[in-house]
Design a binder for this molecule. Sequence first.
Ligand code: ADP
Length: 631
Amino acid sequence: MRKKSFKAESKRLLDLMINSIYTNRDIFLREIISNASDAVDKLHYISLTDESVRERSADLGIFISVDKENHTLTVSDNGIGMDEKELEENLGTIAKSGSLAFKSQLDNTEDADIIGQFGVGFYSAFMVADKVTVITRKYNSDTSLKWTSEGCDGYTVEECQKDTFGTDIIMSIKPDSDEEKYSQFLERYTIEGLIKQYSDYIRYPIKMEVETTKNTAPEGEEPKYEKVREIKTLNSMVPIWARPKSEASDEDCAEYYKSKFMDFSDPLLTIRQNADGLVSYKAMLFVPSKVPYGYFTKDFEKGLQLYSSGVLIMDKCEQLLPDHFRFVKGVVDTADLSLNISRELLQNDRQLKVIAGGIEKKIKSELKKTMDNEPEKYAEFWKNFGIQIKYGVVSDYGIYKDAVIDLLVFRSSLNNGLTSLKDYVLRMPENQQYIYYLSGESAEKISQLPQAELCRDKGYEILYLTDDVDEFVISGIGKFQEKEFKSVDAEDSGLVSEDEKKALEETRETNKELCEFVKAAIGDEIASCVISEKLKSKPVFISVLGPVTLEMEKYFSLMPDDGNPKPKAEKVLELNPDHAVFKALKSAFETDKEKAQKIAKVLHCNARLIAGLPIENPVEFSDIIAEILAD
Ligand code: ADP
């Protein structure tokens, strides 16, 4: 027998478990029982195809025993068990689901209070035990193994004797200290309470031998009360999703979610569905209140747990969730799937498709309800997963567009909140033809753009597009309720009346030479200079011709250099003919060309600054400003 060390991260986690002043030690039992239940689930699944197991499957369950003399609490299961390799992998390292998420949390915080608010798994036993012994025998194996550890300095594995398949977790409970009465975990009362609180829904019986006082006299005779020992089942065994709402409070569901799906925060939304139609199923779904660990990496696997008549068929059934709802976690239970269906066949199963359709509709309607009734909650959701919904519009050539369009919200010029497209259209004045938008870095910056003024003055609301993907989303939508989208600075924005256009033509004609002069002074950085109809109080701004917008140019400029020229927006410098600076420019153009050139350059730099673009030659810009100021 050789002593082995834990992997580095495991050691750190163990250390925190053992030494933390963490107060919610209770959850250790939930974690150990949850592992036992998973192990039984796995054997149950095998029993569907293996007759020898099936014979025993009626007895599958979890057993709790207390040995007060030796100060141990034991959780046993007759599930799948572990072989040597699995023991090493599962209990010697933190490489598994919940523990991994936990580890990422550890990297960010030393706050002991966070520990254990979510699934920290097997190691949580060390919060109450100073020694843990695991005795296990894998299904269909002749070898039994004993794993022992007293904490950080490592563990040992040796062969031992065990007659049945499954696992015993023997926890040597710590002696009582001033702060904590560990011996309570050896009391029936505490154990029963913890199981009711955290593990009631476990689908297998959690049994314990208990002492009760009973009338042992035959009927009709004088009652005779005696202490007897009997096996009691401590949990109701009704899975939480199968219970009526009155018996599964939101808190219960949140508790279940946290322990089952490795989150430390309550879910933002809990969605329950009890469908009785073409296919009957029960679903309990959760929208996380935070972005799950690794969510935006390719390693993230979407999917729902799929149960068929109480048997776990698949841990992450991806066919049940469309990509645009891949953040949803939860469980689906149906009696209508054939149990011995293979996983490959399941992919094409018609019933499964019907369920997936029903679930998608339900998620959508619940999100919509939240949007309408609890805008702040929806804003929270949007902050985390809005981008996923937006991808739903543009991905796969827009085939999911209609499914998600009602869930889109944008910041707008109206106020600080978010608006749906439907509400935007409802507010449109009768004479407003298009849905207007403007792109930029942030709502604050966009609201100050010169080109927004005219639109706002007319009383037209502007959608503020601040995500890289937003412009693609808008073009992906095409039209909403027959209304086209228009960028406020588009040439054909419809913001200028025919009369105004006519007057503009004249002004443009009169100032043709001046504009050509400005273009020449600035050079290739702009495609042209024009007299603008879109400015009210500000002197200049940059608009764009062609398909590459300013936001796209900024986006491309951040991409790594691959040797090819990066796409640039074709920029137009637009001048406000009614502004005092324009008048100064004009008079300089007539009398002092050198000065006119300087004014042109400063105006151009100003326009770039407002648009959030860098200035190519800041020294020259600064020199000219200094000169003008000193004049
Ligand atoms: P998690 O449950 O999040 O994967 P744990 O640390 O609780 O993390 O457990 C690690 C792994 O150890 C489990 O995934 C499982 O494979 C194995 N394991 C733990 N307890 C048991 C058990 N009672 N029977 C069989 N395997 C178990």
